[in-house]
Ligand binder design. Structure first.
Ligand code: TMP
Length: 424
């Protein structure tokens, strides 16, 4: 029944989509496809009840490796207006992210001796959670956020936000009105940008010799090691490693002065970039060596990853079917964008999951894209606890195990899908 409905409303939609033939970083034409997860709907396109019977756009989702510069990237680009103008994800609804951003603000202001009153600009500032942490440290803050619904929310909580796409022109405008920022942040944004040359030209306009540009972005080595295939979705155009990034910034007269591996989003890089800096930290060298050891420059590495993805699909669906066959009640825990990739790729629908619970008000009362599973607030999970909860927000495993200690003590179990499906 569920499948029949999904198929009848499914529409592979080439409109609003561009197929790329050259690497977005080095512009050479040596792209090698190694994994296809689609056709699949946009992972943040949560549906209202009346949208369930309407045609739902599906898009291909193919991943390529550039054998010239080493950038891993999608073969399709979806019009960003379709993905970001009305956005479902709110940083502030995941409390571990608040903790993470509090520590980021403290770390950055200490590392660069940022004087109080300095201007901090956050690109893709979402609901202002990160800038709020800098505001608490007496900095002047400015957000740039193209999702109108989210920018409004940030402004309502007192974070000055420009509801706009970032561009060279906007950067010039900001500098002429407010001067050059000391810190420019782009957390979970760089991998979303198609025209990265244009993006960096804008960043250069914002910077002087004291400014630092800080990127946080999921790290390719973590994605490969932990088989985090569900972090591959249309919003994430690039899957970043250090080697292509070093070359890329050099071409713009910029240098990666330091890099840190951090835990967020399944393992990320925090990259510090300055204009014409003389030195870089030893961590940069160490990570470049690790990337060589990990054979990030070989297509075979990516083919092995694709094989592991197929194995997870087979093991997870077999585990869920087996539990369901024995009468277990199962729900999904968290409705992150990546969860929708996992559910659609593995074809897990309402015949397996009774519902999905999530803390984001916007998602509650809606249905997951493609698989059409109803989303309820977290209290539904506590009122109607399942025997098993498929942990779709697996990046918060430790926090969620702590938070749901009561559920586990009364016999509830989590199914963690990656790197190998297991019950905890
Ligand atoms: P993210 O992995 O992209 O940050 O998204 C996490 C999603 O999971 C987001 O929709 C909020 C939700 N969530 C919960 O429902 N419960 C939780 O305890 C946490 C940490 C997140």
């Amino acid at each position: 029944m569920q499948d029949a409905m999904n198929i009848s409303t499914r529409k592979v939609k080439p409109e609003g989509m561009k197929v790329i033939t050259e690497c977005r970083m080095c512009h050479k034409k040596n792209l090698h496809s190694f994994l296809s997860l689609g056709p699949i709907p946009l992972s943040n396109s949560f549906l209202s009840k009346d949208q369930l019977s309407k045609p739902e756009p599906y898009y291909p989702l193919d991943v390529h490796f550039c054998s010239d510069c080493g950038l891993v990237q999608l073969g399709q680009v979806i019009d960003p207006e379709l993905m970001f103008k009305d956005y479902a994800y709110l940083t502030g609804t995941s409390s571990p992210m608040k903790t993470h951003f509090t520590s980021l603000a403290k770390r950055v202001t200490k590392k660069f001796n940022t004087p109080k009153g300095s201007l901090i600009v956050d690109i893709g500032s979402n609901d202002g959670t990160l800038l709020d942490c800098f505001k608490t440290l007496d900095m002047k803050v400015l957000g740039i956020e193209p999702a109108t619904n989210v920018a409004k929310l940030a402004m309502s909580r007192g974070i000055e936000t420009l509801d706009s796409w970032f561009s060279k022109e906007l950067a010039q405008n900001i500098c002429s009105v407010r001067g050059k920022p000391r810190v420019i942040l782009a957390t979970n944004v760089f991998a979303h940008v198609h025209d990265i040359d244009g993006f960096i030209r804008g960043i250069i306009n914002l910077m002087d010799s004291d400014s630092v540009f800080i990127i946080e972005v999921p790290y390719l080595i973590d994605m490969l090691d932990k088989v985090e295939f569900d972090t591959i979705y249309h919003e994430h155009l690039s899957y970043i490693s250090l080697r292509p990034l070093v070359t890329f910034f050099k071409e713009f007269g910029m240098d990666i002065i330091d890099v840190e591996r951090i835990d967020v989003h399944g393992g990320s890089l925090r990259v510090y970039v300055q204009k014409d800096s003389a030195s870089s930290s030893s961590t940069v060298k160490q990570l470049l060596e690790l990337e060589i050891k990990t054979k990030l420059d070989s297509i075979e590495t990516y083919r092995r990853f694709a094989t592991s993805v197929g194995r997870i699909k087979a093991e997870l669906t077999s585990l869920l079917n087996d539990l369901k066959g024995r009468g277990a009640r199962i729900s999904g825990y968290g409705a992150p964008a990546k969860g929708n990739i996992l559910l659609n790729f593995c074809q897990i629908g309402t015949e397996i999951l009774d519902y999905v619970s999530d803390t984001t008000p916007f998602k509650q009362g809606r249905y997951t894209p493609g698989m059409h599973i109803p989303i309820y607030p977290e209290n539904h999970f506590h009122k109607s606890p399942p025997d098993y909860a498929l942990l779709l927000a697996w990046n918060y495993l430790d926090d969620i195990l702590r938070k749901e200690d009561g559920y586990r003590k009364t016999g509830g179990k989590f199914i963690v899908p990656i790197p190998k499906p297991q019950i905890v």
